[in-house]
Ligand binder design. Structure first.
Ligand SMILES: C[S@@+](CC[C@H](N)C(=O)[O-])C[C@H]1O[C@@H](n2cnc3c(N)ncnc32)[C@H](O)[C@@H]1O
Length: 231
């Protein structure tokens, strides 16, 4: 690999490589997998569909979508996350799930193009240059007209409002990281990870070959959910 290439594991997020965080992850974060599967069914997800998930984590979405499609490829860089995901796949006997240790920038797709690519709260681990490279790769593994469902922390405000908006978000954090997202974790997200502005990400999505069918921003302008079509 070229010396200039990003090391995805180094950018995976301290907590995602921490077995203690992984062990409590499902108790503190509900990824709403069933509702997401229902949404994708409305967009054509069927028992013939190929689905790839990036940053699959403990596999909440993977486990929800597997019974509804033909093949799921669950991709993540973190070994502790993948161990938890693999255990869940075995417990639930999900025979159509392939667990792959790789990242947005290194996964090599084989077989029929994906009908759906799914990624929730993972793309922000890449700096913006690499987000664009990753989005181009996701575009290339989708069939034309295929769907990318993307959630992330995306700052939908002007730089002048950054301090007030970020302070307000950090103030929602709790004291401990056991059962909730702590203030220290939210501060770490802003300081050490690469969430970007919507006015950078959204033109980037278009430039990388997606039509933005739906863009939803939370009331606090911190979280975004997109439905994107490969053009
Ligand atoms: C906050 S967790 C989200 C997990 C899950 N998608 C969810 O919504 O609950 C972020 C996940 O992205 C993974 N990740 C970080 N960098 C990545 C990369 N470059 N490629 C793929 N996955 C990555 C982490 O290991 C972690 O499992």
């Amino acid at each position: 690999m070229a010396a200039w290439f990003l090391d995805e594991l180094e950018h995976a997020g301290r907590e995602n490589l921490d077995p203690a965080h992984v062990a409590r992850y499902d108790a503190k974060e509900d990824a709403g997998g069933a509702a997401e599967v229902a949404l994708l069914k409305g967009l054509g997800l069927s028992r013939e569909s190929v689905v790839a998930e990036f940053g699959a984590g403990t596999g909440q979405f993977t486990a929800a979508v597997a019974p509804a499609c033909a093949r799921v490829i669950a991709v993540d860089v973190s070994e502790p996350m993948l161990e938890r995901l693999q255990a869940k796949v075995a417990e639930l006997d999900l025979v159509n799930v392939e667990v792959v240790q790789a990242g947005f920038l290194s996964y090599e797709h084989a077989g029929a193009p994906a009908d759906f690519v799914y990624s929730r709260y993972a793309l922000h681990h890449l700096p913006d240059f690499w987000k664009a490279v990753a989005l181009g790769r996701l575009r290339d593994m989708l069939r034309p007209g295929g769907v990318l469902r993307l959630w992330d922390v995306v700052y939908d405000f002007e730089p002048a409002d950054a301090e007030a908006r970020i302070e307000a978000w950090c103030a929602t954090g709790g004291r401990g990281a056991e059962a909730e997202w702590s203030r220290a974790e939210l501060e770490e997200h802003v300081r050490d990870e690469h969430s970007t502005f919507s006015w950078i990400l959204e033109p980037m999505l278009v430039r990388c070959g997606f039509e933005v069918a739906v863009a939803e921003h939370s009331a606090d302008r911190i979280f975004a959910k997109y439905l994107l079509r490969a053009t």
